[in-house]
Structure formats: structure tokens, C-alpha cells
Design a protein around this ligand. Structure first.
Ligand code: C2O
Ligand code: CU
Ligand code: CU
Length: 497
């Protein structure tokens, strides 16, 4: 059934799409669309013992987010986003990535421990029509990771148009916990992305100064590429793998009725035990797994609620509205036989501050470069003094910022001297947060992570052990995961030797 153009404009206004043109309607921005929840295709590859081969085709396409209208997008093996890749600890994966775009791309395995030349960062470019083979052994524990474009200066627009997907790792332990693990039935991937559309349904990207400063934010929320969908729950205990796949936005997830839920995993693995709460903050690129009890068989809305400390610039109150993420309809749910385990991991995370050999400091900076920055620029100091910097420097693909010793344990102190929060990410490692301004981290982020949100004025200390992979030439990245900040220079490179 085709919707008339006029009705389309109307429905967009209700969901806030044409916000600037329809301010009076914004107050009623609670409408949940009838869109059906889509479970992404599951790709377990072609298995030959412990060798698993995946074939991924990056391609341009058209996607209907709104009835009767097509949006130009990018996907992997489909028009928007990619399949959920799934493999086991101990597997060796062989991933063939073909670039069907007219521009350079890369595919980065976010959260994965692997050799630098297999990482899919800005150095592993794939030219149009070329195929890149990434091969590595999965040696880390069960977790919800993801993959996305990491092309130099193009990560933001490529991911915004859909170049991303989820990567699930299983292990012996995760199979035995008795958690909901029936894919798409009671174990449900949710890639959450906010987007802004033009009136012709094309994606609007970097059209204003705030976009450049804050990163791309929009008032339309997609879950697995569907606008505010409704998930019909089949079981009364479900596990959501919540992945913030947005370019910039931080969410503060909560249910419309305030019901409690359990956080069971953070970015790179299970927490020690389930943590009960009624809200959880998730910055760009972060993941949490949660268990929700739906045995009251009601309908409930997953929202992002205003946060006391969104860490955003005061003049840009982007996080002060309630956003509808998706609706969960549990009226038909069967009573689940699953139980919430008391303990999720038997051993403590093995990251010992006593064996730390090196401590490094990173200062996240934005705005005019200051006097030093400006002077260095004029004196030919390269990329110093750009708008987005770490320790005074903007990313330069020819500059290696430091060397790390393989197998060593380091503490990094990341501080933020700017006026907005930045999600800081490190490639190749899983870290633990030691403290935030000297205080212990929130229980929901007490597990293994690869992204940490650093609010203005905070100093966060993280501890990590670098694996044995070494390569004196090819670096790994560390950067802000607001993709527009990364593209504009808030990124650096290190080699492991
Ligand atoms: Cu999610 Cu450097 O990336
Ligand atoms: Cu990464
Ligand atoms: Cu940033």
C-alpha cells in the first residue's frame, strides 16, 4: 500500500523527522510506529573444522525506511547494515571483503584482538572492486562485538549510510550459563542508530555547524534498520544485545514503566554477576546485554530518557528529550523456563595493576588550538592545532604516536578538557576501568570493555594487557568514537613491538 506524499510528510512530522518545520508537533513525540522488528540475518560462515569462511560484499543500495520512499544506503550483502557474524572462541575466521562501492572503504573488527594487518583500520584500505582477506584466530571470550567502515576521513558518512554489523563470539562458558540464547527468539540483537532524513528521504549528513561539533544526531531512531519497531516477544525472559551503532549519540536506556532489568555483559564479555538496575547509559560504539522479565505480559517501550549528566554542551540540549527506541509487545509471550544465573563468570578479570610497566596520559581536546597550537601550525608543525586533538595533535596517518611492548600491561589515563563527553576507544585490547576521578566505575561498566565515555572534566583510568601480536610498521588506532570527531582528527596510532 502506498502512502500519499502528504500523509508521509504528516507521519514524519509526528516522529519528529521534520522537526524544524513542525515544532508544535514535537511535544507529542511519543508515537510508536507499527513497523515490525527485523532480526538481522545470521551468518555462521562456511565451517571446515575450526576454520570458518565468510564472504562479505560491501554494496550501495536503496532501503525503504518509510513507505513508498527509497533512501540511498550502504550495506554488506544487503542494502543497509550487514548480517550478524557469529563464530566461536578458538575458530580461525577467514573473512573475504569485496568493495562494491565507488570509493575506498575498510572493514574493522571492533573489539577484536588480532594482528595489526588484519584489523581493518585506515591502513587496510580496500579499493573499489578489490577483495581484502582478513584472517585471524578468535582468542577472546564470548561477547557482542561489531564491525564497521574505518576509512580515513570517511568512517562517519559510510557508517551513517549503513556500513556496519554485529559480530557475536560464543565460548564454552557462555553456552553453559543457561541464558536465553535462541537467536531471534529470546536472544535478540538490537543495533540502535539515530538518523536525520531530508524531505526526499535521503539521509542528511553534516549539514550544519552543530553536526561538525557534536557529531551527527537525528531524531529518528532505527533498530536494525527499522524506524522505532515493535518486537513481539515470544518468551517471558528475553536477552537484548543492545549495541549503540550511532555516530555520536549517547543513550540513557530505560523502560516506559520504569521496570528493573539485569545487565549481564558489557562491551567485551560477561559481568561477574547480573546487575539489577532500571537504567543504563550507552555511548556510541558501546554494547550491553540485558535480561528483561516480561512475565506480566504487557506492552512496554524501551526509551532513552534525559540524563542528569549527558555531558553535552549546555547550549545544545540534545539529550534532554525522551526518545522512543522500540516497543516490546509481550501479550503473547510464553512463560520462559530460563532463570537468571547468580554468577556469570567464575574467575576475576585478569588485569593486575601490580604488573603495570607504563602509564600514559591522553587529553581529549576540541576547539581552537590555543596559542601553542596556532603557533606550531604556522611554524609548520603539521596537524597540530586542528579542531579535534589528542594531546595537542590531530591524526596524521604518517605519524606513529608511541610504541607499546607486546605482552605488557599498561594504565592509560584519559582526561577531557572540552565541553562535551567523548567515548574513547582502543583497538586490539579489552580493558577494565580502574576509576573515574578516583571513584570506582558504575557496576554496569565493571566488566571488560573497549570503549569508555569520558565526560567533561573527568579523568578515567583504564588498565589493559597488550597481546603478543607485534608489528613495528602497521599501527593500531585509539580515538574518540564520535565518528565525526574521529574523521576530523581526534585519533592517534600506536605500534606494538
Ligand atoms: Cu569501532 Cu577504531 O573503531
Ligand atoms: Cu575498534
Ligand atoms: Cu569526541
Amino acid at each position: 500500500m502506498k502512502q500519499s506524499r502528504r500523509n508521509f510528510i504528516k507521519s514524519l512530522s509526528v516522529t519528529g523527522l521534520l522537526a524544524p518545520l513542525a515544532t508544535p508537533l514535537l511535544a507529542k513525540n511519543t508515537a510508536v510506529s507499527l513497523n515490525t522488528f527485523v532480526v538481522p540475518a545470521l551468518d555462521r560462515g562456511v565451517r571446515n573444522g575450526n576454520n570458518v569462511t565468510f564472504k562479505l560484499a560491501v554494496q550501495a543500495g536503496k532501503t525503504s525506511f518509510f513507505q513508498g520512499l527509497d533512501t540511498p544506503t550502504i550495506g554488506i550483502n544487503q542494502s543497509y547494515l550487514g548480517p550478524v557474524l557469529r563464530a566461536k572462541r578458538g575458530d580461525t575466521v577467514n573473512i573475504q571483503v569485496n568493495n562494491g562501492l565507488n570509493e575506498v572503504t575498510t572493514l574493522h573488527w571492533h573489539g577484536m584482538t588480532l594482528p595489526a594487518n588484519m584489523d581493518g583500520g585506515p591502513h587496510q584500505t580496500i579499493q573499489p572492486k578489490q577483495t581484502w582477506l582478513s584472517r585471524f584466530k578468535i582468542r577472546q571470550e564470548a561477547a557482542t562485538l561489531w564491525y564497521h567502515s574505518h576509512a580515513m576521513h570517511k568512517t562517519g558518512p559510510q557508517v551513517y549510510h549503513g556500513l556496519a554489523g554485529m559480530f557475536i563470539i560464543d565460548d564454552e562458558g557462555s553456552d553453559k550459563l543457561g541464558l536465553p540464547n535462541d537467536y531471534g527468539v529470546d536472544d535478540i540483537p538490537c543495533i540502535i542508530q539515530d538518523r536525520r532524513f531530508n524531505q526526499d528521504a535521503t539521509l542528511s549528513y553534516m549539514s550544519s555547524m552543530p553536526d561538525r561539533m557534536m557529531g551527527m544526531q537525528g531524531s529518528i531512531v532505527l533498530v536494525n534498520g527499522v524506524v522505532t519497531p515493535t518486537l513481539v516477544a515470544k518468551e517471558s525472559l528475553i536477552r537484548l544485545r543492545l549495541h549503540n551503532g550511532s555516530n555520536a549519540r549517547t543513550y540513557n536506556f530505560a523502560f516506559s514503566d520504569g521496570r528493573p532489568f539485569h545487565v549481564i555483559a558489557s562491551d567485551c564479555g560477561f559481568l561477574h554477576k547480573p546487575f539489577q538496575t532500571n537504567k543504563v547509559r550507552l555511548a556510541a560504539a558501546e554494547r550491553v546485554e540485558i535480561l528483561i522479565d516480561l512475565s506480566d505480559k504487557k506492552e512496554v517501550i524501551l526509551q532513552s530518557i534525559p540524563s542528569a549528566n549527558g555531558g553535552m554542551m549546555p547550549m545544545m540540549q540534545m539529550n534532554n528529550k525522551t526518545l522512543t527506541i522500540m516497543k516490546i509487545d509481550a501479550r503473547q509471550a510464553q512463560t520462559s523456563t530460563r532463570k537468571i544465573p547468580n554468577v556469570l563468570r567464575n574467575s576475576k578479570i585478569d588485569l593486575n595493576p601490580k604488573v603495570v610497566t607504563t602509564t600514559r596520559s591522553f587529553s581529549l581536546e576540541m576547539g581552537m588550538g590555543g596559542m601553542m597550537g596556532g603557533m606550531m601550525n604556522r611554524m609548520g608543525g603539521g596537524n597540530r592545532g586542528g579542531m579535534f586533538r589528542i594531546n595537542g595533535k590531530s591524526m596524521d596517518i604518517k605519524r606513529i604516536d608511541f610504541q607499546v611492548k607486546a605482552n605488557s600491561t599498561e594504565v592509560w589515563e584519559v582526561s577531557n578538557s572540552s565541553m562535551m563527553a567523548h567515548p574513547f576507544h582502543v583497538h586490539n585490547v579489552q580493558f577494565r576501568i580502574l576509576d573515574r576521578n578516583g571513584k570506582r566505575p558504575h557496576p554496569s561498566e565493571s566488566g571488560l570493555k573497549d570503549v569508555v565515555l569520558v565526560p567533561p572534566g573527568e579523568a578515567v583510568r583504564i588498565i589493559m594487557k597488550f597481546p603478543e601480536y607485534s608489528d613495528a610498521k602497521i599501527p593500531y588506532m585509539y580515538h574518540c568514537h564520535i565518528l565525526e570527531h574521529e574523521d576530523q582528527g581526534m585519533m592517534g596510532q600506536f605500534v606494538v613491538v
